[in-house]
Design a protein around this ligand. Structure first.
Ligand code: NA7
Length: 541
């Protein structure tokens, strides 16, 4: 059989580099194609001002001991530069680049059922334009990340605007001065919050166009002194053990108590403690009924609202940022972490427009006009409008399986995977950090290792038993789909419009894009499948 590699890996973020390393270690030949010019995945593309991870180290690393030995993080929540340095560090330890092609975007792949291989189409950027090449492999591993397809809302006449306009994920790589600029930021998810808090003090004026307030929490970032780094290094194996027991692969878990059974004093004390701890504690370390029971949830919202309103002096702005009527239950959209985001609105040059009351009417040559007729003028418009998340990055590649249908066509009636990693009719194809896996509730670094080890074991099993083809049984996909959607209905999440359910994209089908049973239940399912000899898959010689 004519083959270039055993496996082709698509994407050079955490998922991709872990698979490249792990598969090579298991004796497979593997090659990674990355569209960007460097390693990092989302950390290569996300270079807008203030881009920073909102999971703390040492949780936000690939949990492999040899990677922990030398790298010195400077901050608890590293910025994008430090994250890119971390990727270079990993390359130094694992020697990855000799098996990576950069500036190489995989545009399509077709399964060849006679030759039992994937024909993968790659557009490589050359000085004189893109050149298409085809490479053949036994398996393909899609590590395209949950946020690789930016979302550009269909605003009226965006091309009319004569100033600068960038989506946060397509920001220019070279730095850009913000001094003296009149800036609009549309969108208040994690990216919008970070842009606002980072540049508000240096721009001439800033208008934040907010559709839904972000129930953001204080990040509590700080520098990591050497003693802390030494402590993490020494205790790392124990910390990893702890991560291996929690819902999201974090170092903490939900509080065992119930909000509805706590006294007002107990509730206040716990909320106060979690809020001041910083990070996501107030969201993912809180009473276990907050994300399930609306009454309990309202207590959390009211606490957060009180804390937030105290920080914003102007009553009108405070009401827009933390309104009396919660637009959705607390924490059912991704909660962001902020560093003086709310205080930025105390500056006279920073304003917020609530789009639900006053929507954008049109872009104009000079700026943006809202429904009330007011046209604001800008030099720069920042589109912090998010992504066609989780499934969008996969569907945009023209991957075609056994029956010639693309993955997008197959999923147009609803996503079907087994374990969030394999899909019927797409033999020997593995999806990492994608739909129906715990993607939004675990870090990419942690998931890469959990899913990568399973993929490695599976490919070794095929090799050792001389199988050339694996794909899930139809019943297994149906069962997994039912399980994923049933778990997702159990809490308050499904009532909120968010990228967790695809409802941030007009016209996208509403379905559970994440497995919400938690990392430990997911790992248990993976273990069972491995131990029963992949009984829910069809294997062919
Ligand atoms: P997010 O979190 O999806 O945020 C996108 C933001 O853009 C959000 O506030 C949206 O409002 C807003 N948006 C989307 N469409 C529109 C239109 N048409 N008009 C106005 N505003 C709009 O993306 P991020 O890049 O910030 O973060 C992605 C993830 O990265 C984040 O969750 C973390 O996990 C890390 P909406 O809330 O939909 O009303």
């Amino acid at each position: 059989m004519e083959l270039d590699y055993d496996s082709i890996i698509i994407g050079g973020g955490f998922g991709g580099i872990f698979h490249l390393h792990h598969l090579r270690k298991l004796g497979f030949s593997a090659h990674l194609f990355e569209a960007g010019a460097k390693l990092g995945g989302i950390w290569y593309w996300n270079c807008y001002p203030g881009a920073r991870v909102d999971t703390e180290v040492p949780v936000y690393q690939i949990p492999e001991l040899e990677l922990n030995a030398e790298f010195d993080w400077k901050e608890k929540y590293p910025g994008r530069e430090a994250l890119r340095d971390y990727f270079e560090h990993i390359d130094k330890v694992w020697g990855l680049k000799k098996d990576i092609s950069f500036n190489s975007r995989v545009t399509g792949a077709q399964w060849d059922n006679e030759k039992l291989r994937w024909d993968v189409k790659i557009a490589q950027m050359q000085l004189n334009g893109p050149t298409e090449i085809i490479r053949h492999s036994k398996s393909i591993i899609l590590c395209t990340g949950f946020a690789s397809k930016p979302y550009y809302p269909p605003f009226a006449d965006p091309k009319k605007f004569k100033g600068l306009m960038y989506h946060t994920s397509a920001w220019p790589q070279e730095s850009m001065s913000m001094k003296g600029k009149r800036v609009a930021v549309i969108g208040t998810g994690a990216s919008g919050v970070q842009v606002v808090q980072t540049i508000a003090h240096e721009v001439k004026s800033m208008t934040v166009y907010q559709r839904t307030p972000n129930y953001a929490l204080p990040m509590g970032n700080n520098e990591l002194p050497q003693e802390r780094l030494d402590y993490y290094r020494e205790k790392y194996p124990e910390l990893v053990e702890k991560m291996n027991t929690t819902y999201a692969g974090f170092l903490y878990d939900f509080h065992p108590g119930e909000c509805m059974k706590a006294t007002p004093e107990e509730r206040e004390a716990l909320f106060e403690e979690l809020y001041h701890k910083g990070g996501l504690h107030f969201w993912l370390g809180t009473y276990q009924d907050i994300l399930k029971n609306l009454e309990a949830n309202n207590f959390a919202y009211e606490f957060w609202r009180r804390k937030t309103q105290e920080r914003v002096h102007d009553k009108e702005k405070a009401e827009k940022l933390a309104p009396a009527n919660p637009p959705h239950p607390y924490g059912t959209k991704r909660v962001s972490l902020e560093m003086n985001y709310f205080e930025a609105f105390n500056q006279e040059n920073v304003d917020v427009v609530a789009l639900k009351e006053n929507p954008i009417d049109t872009f104009t040559e000079k700026g943006i006009r809202t429904a009330d007729g007011e046209e604001r003028e800008f030099d720069l418009i920042v589109l912090a409008t998010g992504f066609d998340a989780i499934s969008g990055g996969i569907v945009q590649i023209d991957v075609r399986g056994e029956d010639g249908r693309s993955i997008g066509e197959k999923w147009s009636d609803g996503i079907r995977t087994h374990l969030g990693m394999a899909s019927r009719n797409f033999p020997n194809m593995f999806i990492i950090y994608g739909p129906q896996a715990p993607t939004a509730f675990a870090t990419g670094a942690y998931s890469a290792q959990v899913q990568g080890r399973w993929v490695g074991d599976c490919l070794s099993y095929l090799r050792d038993n001389e199988y050339s083809k694996i794909q899930p049984k139809v019943e297994a996909e149906e069962e997994w789909n039912e399980h994923v959607n049933e778990v997702a209905q159990a809490g308050l999440f499904s009532e909120t419009e968010s990228w967790y359910f695809g409802t941030n994209i007009p016209g996208k089908r509403k379905e559970a894009l994440n497995y919400m049973g938690g990392m430990q239940m997911y790992k248990q399912k993976l273990r069972e499948n491995r131990e029963n000899g992949y009984a829910s898959f069809d294997l062919e010689k």
